[in-house]
Design a protein around this ligand. Structure first.
Ligand code: HEC
Ligand code: HEC
Ligand code: HEC
Ligand code: HEC
Length: 305
């Protein structure tokens, strides 16, 4: 009797053992599959073929599949975009007509001032650097905190993708009087002077005090704007555009003049407003103020002579 119970216990133990092993192997298989079936792997497989097709057999052979990233703690950059955007550094070797995400980065004259290994991608493009699938990387993983400045988002603002990107260029180039590749922002900076905005507003300690300080205007949340008089899209960008064209309509009884300016000027100023944010980049990432005639001509500088 006792012996038979022992046997049945043994049989039960054995059944458990088999079940546990099956579950274990199942988990390992799922783990391996998830490791393998990533969103970036097909692009890496294709990229190897692209390299070989371009005659770069050595590079194709050396290419090791795996997550790739540009990491720079100084800028808080962990950009895995390059797990899929594999051709970015291959301008001149791989054809520019390759499809995304394998295309070489547009060969813009200022790119060599922002080496990829230091600047990564998100300081200019935004998006979720650490994400490894395209939707999360481009449009944010759930929250819309810093969605990539995509062509779609730009179209919604009535500007080109390159113009929208200038908003982020100006995170670092804020103190430049004008910067190559930033035409919309450069235009907005001249408008600030021409329209004498600083009679009423202050920016970084300069200007008047009869209107809100604009130093960190870009940090304001959508909830802090009154959209009840906005005709078009209820975005902060569009609030600014309509406010620059007809301040009195958007903020009834405001002291701010109705500038009635052309839409492209209003959009440029809106980009500038959104670029004025609190930025924590270390000083070596903020361009030196140009040795511009502006500083040379200040009274303080000339009184030294
Ligand atoms: C999992 C692969 C993958 C990752 C990761 C990825 N992308 Fe993409 N990206 C793509 C693909 C595929 C396309 C082309 C199709 C499309 O537009 O969605 C693309 C298109 C783009 C475009 C051009 C389209 C547009 O709307 O402007 C930009 C710019 C871009 N990616 C930037 C980024 C940045 C920046 C990151 C990192 C934050 C990133 N991508 C991460 C796969 C990826
Ligand atoms: C210094 C700023 C800067 C950095 C850093 C940067 N880009 Fe760009 N990128 C631009 C600009 C400007 C454009 C041109 C947009 C245009 O003309 O439509 C562009 C264009 C692109 C495009 C083509 C978009 C399209 O619609 O065809 C892709 C894709 C892209 N960048 C991906 C990347 C990736 C990936 C990285 C990181 C390895 C990166 N960029 C780093 C500024 C930058
Ligand atoms: C994270 C900060 C940062 C961002 C974002 C950035 N830049 Fe720069 N940029 C710099 C720094 C720092 C330098 C100076 C590098 C050097 O000393 O060569 C520079 C240099 C330049 C120069 C060379 C002339 C000059 O003024 O020194 C141009 C032109 C330029 N950037 C344009 C752009 C454009 C256009 C964008 C957006 C597409 C952009 N930058 C985005 C930091 C940035
Ligand atoms: C005569 C004074 C005056 C001038 C000049 C003026 N503003 Fe204003 N501005 C105001 C006042 C008052 C408000 C607050 C009420 C409102 O929203 O219109 C304001 C609001 C704003 C806001 C919204 C601020 C916020 O966070 O609510 C922005 C942005 C702005 N002005 C930018 C500008 C720019 C850029 C110029 C020059 C093109 C300019 N202003 C010229 C008086 C002025």
């Amino acid at each position: 009797m006792a012996e038979r119970r022992d046997q049945s216990l043994e049989r039960q133990d054995f059944a458990w053992l088999v079940l546990m092993s099956l579950i274990f192997f199942g988990l390992v298989a799922i783990g391996l599959w998830r490791e393998y079936a990533t969103a970036w792997r097909p692009w890496q497989r294709e990229f190897k073929l692209v390299l070989a097709h371009a005659g770069r057999f050595q590079d194709a052979r050396k290419f090791q599949p795996g997550i790739r990233q540009i990491w720079n703690p100084e800028l808080g950059v962990v950009d895995r975009c390059v797990s899929c955007h594999l051709g970015y550094e291959w301008g001149g070797i791989l054809p520019a007509a390759l499809r995304q995400p394998l295309t070489p980065h547009p060969n813009l004259s200022f790119m060599n001032r922002h080496p990829f290994d230091r600047f990564g991608c998100t300081p200019c493009h935004a998006g979720q650097g650490w994400a490894t699938n395209a939707h999360a990387a481009h449009y944010g993983g759930g929250g819309w905190e810093e969605p990539m400045l995509s062509r779609r988002l730009a179209a919604g603002c009535g500007v080109s993708e390159a113009e929208l990107l200038q908003m982020r260029c100006n995170f670092c180039h804020r103190r430049d009087r004008s910067t190559q590749g930033m035409d919309a922002i450069n235009l907005a900076k001249t408008l600030i002077k021409k329209k004498k905005c600083l009679i009423c507003h202050s920016v970084e300690g300069q200007g008047g005090h009869s209107a809100p300080d604009l130093t960190y205007e870009g940090d304001k949340d959508p909830e802090q704007f009154d959209f009840s008089h906005i005709a078009g899209a209820r975005t902060v960008f569009n609030w600014h555009v309509e406010h620059f064209i007809a301040a009195g309509k958007v903020s009834p009884k405001t002291a701010m003049p109705d500038y009635d300016m052309p839409p492209d000027q209003a959009r440029a100023l809106a980009l500038l407003m959104l670029s004025w944010r609190h930025i924590n980049y270390p000083p070596q990432y903020i361009p030196q103020p140009q040795s511009a005639p502006q500083t040379a001509a200040t009274p303080a500088a000339s009184s030294n002579h």
